[in-house]
Structure formats: structure tokens, C-alpha cells
Design a protein around this ligand. Structure first.
Ligand code: 13P
Ligand code: SF4
Length: 333
């Protein structure tokens, strides 16, 4: 079947019909073998996608997996900045994203031109950027970090070094608090982690007095203040599996509950409620990917992440620094 590139760009994914009797799990497995393809998935993907993935991880784990894969094709079940990072690390491999429109509100909150002007006002500062940003922001950064390794990255710089932290102001404020630094923060945020209601979480804690609150550092300070444990998705997951409590309130995107429940089937995991009746603690970007889109992406090898070599090289350096510092500190995502 011929795929019209213009339509593909408009729609964002290969909208080709799929035989409804096809066993998609088996078909995806067959395509992996036939094409030497690997499926990397973030914890925020829908359960079916997590179940077909070769590797599931947080942003650091996914970048590390992308850096060491021998596959010819990387199918990235996540959002655009994650697939872009995989491409930056693997220029000769095909990197597919099931839906090209799977973006990120946090990455969108830092337009490259505005950030360049902001950076120009702080000429003595080094830039640490959270991996949830575009390649154009990475190219303006000195080191990239994720929520797993941010503290180690900050601590790798001398105490007197002035730092800009972008784009997440909540993670930045949390890191200022735990590191004792005074980093200048870019005013960006994640739409999912900003939606949790402190009032509703407090009521839940009253109703479940033995439950522990697990929170991602992209949450606002008022939520983090209530948390028993703060960490990246992998760190929260590992904590919930090893800890001896039986009940947890989880303040991050709901996709993580699938792995939490798998690792600890007898424990109870309650998604932290958003401020209104919407399902806003589901990331609308992450959830654009579906098993059908993933299958078609593998079958047609589209849509593919492409980028200019100049931008790739400029954004590679700060990512490589992050990977090197993480490896030296023994940090895995
Ligand atoms: P981590 O998986 O690194 O914790 O990041 C969470 C997130 O918001 C990814 O978009
Ligand atoms: Fe971006 Fe937030 Fe969605 Fe993660 S959860 S992809 S930070 S919008």
C-alpha cells in the first residue's frame, strides 16, 4: 500500500486499514523478528503497548536503552522528544514514533527563540535542561538531565557555578530545595502533573490513613509537601514494589499503575485525583499512541523521526554528558 507523505504529516500516523481478525500481539512480535526492530515504551503508554515492549522505562532508562541497542529499527512508544533523543543517539538507525503528533506540553512551554533570549540575559550561567524539551533547546544546553539523575547532574558542577534550569519550574524548584542551589528557572510545566488537586489528595489521605503518597517531582510544591516518596517513574515503581505498605496514592500519570500492579498484585494503587472530573491525569500526548498505530508504524516503517545533522550534533553533546555522568555515578533509569 502506498502511503502519501503529505497525508501522513497531516494526520500524524499511518491510517491504513488493519484486518480486525489479526492477533496484533503476535503480528508485532513477528515484525520485530523480521525487521530486527526493538520496541521501547514509556510507563505512561497504554497497558497493551507496555505488554508488547522489549523495554519499558523512565526517560533515563529509555535513553540508555536507545544508546546501546543493536536493532536496526527503534520503535519508540512514547512522545516526540523521547523518539528524537533516540534518533540523536542513533543517526544511522530508523526511529519510528507511532503517532508523530505525540508531543509534550512541557517541551512546548520552551520555544527555542524565547529561550535563546532568556539565556542571553544570563551569560555566566550554565544550562541544565530536563530531557522533556525539543532538540533545539537541547542544542542550547550544557547538560541534559532526567528526574532520575537531576541531582547528580547538578552536584557534578561546582557549588559556585550559576545555573539555568529549564523547562520545568516545579522540578527546578524541588531541585533547588534539595540541592540548596538557587538555579534560575524557566517558567514551564507539565499539564498532567499540574492538575492534581491538593484538596482531593488530602481527603484521600484522610480516608486511607495507611496509604503512602508517591509523587513525581513534576508535581507542584503543595503536592510534593504531602508526599512520602518523590521520584522518577522508575524510582516510584521500585519504591512501591519494595516498600512494606499495602496502599499507595500515586501522583503521576496513570499508565504507571499497570507495572505497579504487575510487580505487587496484592497491593492497592489509587490514582491521585485531578482538580475536576476529567481524566487529566492521563497524558493526552502519550495516549495518542495505540497498538494499531504501533503495528502500522512497524509494517510501513513510518512515521520516521528525521532531523538535520547540525542540530543532531549540537544536541548530542549535552545528552552524552548526561549519559557519561550517569554511568560514572552508576545511575540507571
Ligand atoms: P520520567 O519517566 O523520567 O520519570 O518522566 C516522566 C515524564 O513526564 C515523561 O514525560
Ligand atoms: Fe509531557 Fe507531562 Fe505528558 Fe510527560 S506527562 S509527556 S511531561 S505532558
Amino acid at each position: 500500500m502506498h502511503i502519501d507523505n503529505e497525508i501522513l504529516e497531516q494526520v500524524g500516523y499511518v491510517d491504513a486499514p488493519i484486518d480486525p481478525t489479526l492477533d496484533l500481539f503476535q503480528a508485532i512480535d513477528d515484525l520485530k523478528k523480521e525487521k530486527n526492530a526493538v520496541v521501547l515504551a514509556h510507563y505512561y503508554q497504554e497497558p497493551d503497548i507496555q505488554d508488547v515492549a522489549d523495554y519499558i522505562g523512565d526517560s533515563l532508562g529509555l535513553a540508555q536503552a536507545a544508546a546501546k541497542t543493536n536493532a536496526d529499527i527503534i520503535v519508540f512508544a512514547g512522545v516526540h522528544f523521547m523518539a528524537e533523543t533516540a534518533k540523536i543517539l542513533n543517526p544511522s538507525k530508523k526511529v519510528l514514533l507511532p503517532d508523530l503528533k505525540a508531543g509534550c506540553s512541557l517541551a512546548d512551554s520552551a520555544p527555542a527563540d524565547l529561550f535563546a533570549a532568556f539565556k542571553a540575559k544570563h551569560p555566566n550561567h550554565l544550562v541544565i535542561s530536563y530531557i522533556n524539551c525539543t532538540a533545539a533547546i537541547k542544542a542550547q544546553s550544557d547538560i541534559i538531565c532526567t528526574s532520575s539523575n537531576a541531582l547528580a547532574i547538578i552536584n557534578s558542577l561546582p557549588a559556585e557555578q550559576e545555573i539555568i534550569f529549564a523547562p520545568d519550574k516545579n522540578l527546578g524548584a524541588y531541585l533547588n530545595k534539595v540541592s540548596g542551589r538557587n538555579m534560575v528557572l524557566w517558567n514551564g510545566a507539565c499539564m498532567v502533573h499540574e492538575i492534581f488537586s491538593v484538596e482531593k489528595i488530602t481527603k484521600l489521605i484522610v480516608r486511607h490513613p495507611k496509604a503512602k503518597l508517591l509523587a513525581h517531582p513534576e508535581c507542584e510544591e503543595a503536592v510534593l509537601r504531602l508526599a512520602d516518596f518523590i521520584g522518577s517513574t522508575t524510582q516510584i515503581l521500585n519504591y512501591s514494589a519494595k516498600d512494606d505498605a499495602q496502599e499507595y496514592i500515586v501522583a503521576t500519570e496513570t499508565g504507571i499503575l499497570h507495572q505497579m500492579q504487575k510487580l505487587a498484585p496484592n497491593k492497592t494503587f489509587i490514582p491521585a485525583p485531578p482538580t475536576n472530573a476529567c481524566a487529566c491525569n492521563d497524558c493526552p500526548h502519550m495516549k495518542l499512541n495505540t497498538l494499531e498505530k504501533l503495528y502500522n508504524a512497524m509494517l510501513y516503517e513510518l512515521p520516521e523521526i528525521e532531523m538535520k545533522e547540525e542540530l543532531r550534533l549540537a544536541s548530542l553533546q549535552p545528552i552524552q554528558r548526561m549519559l557519561d555522568i550517569s554511568a560514572a555515578a552508576g545511575l540507571l533509569g
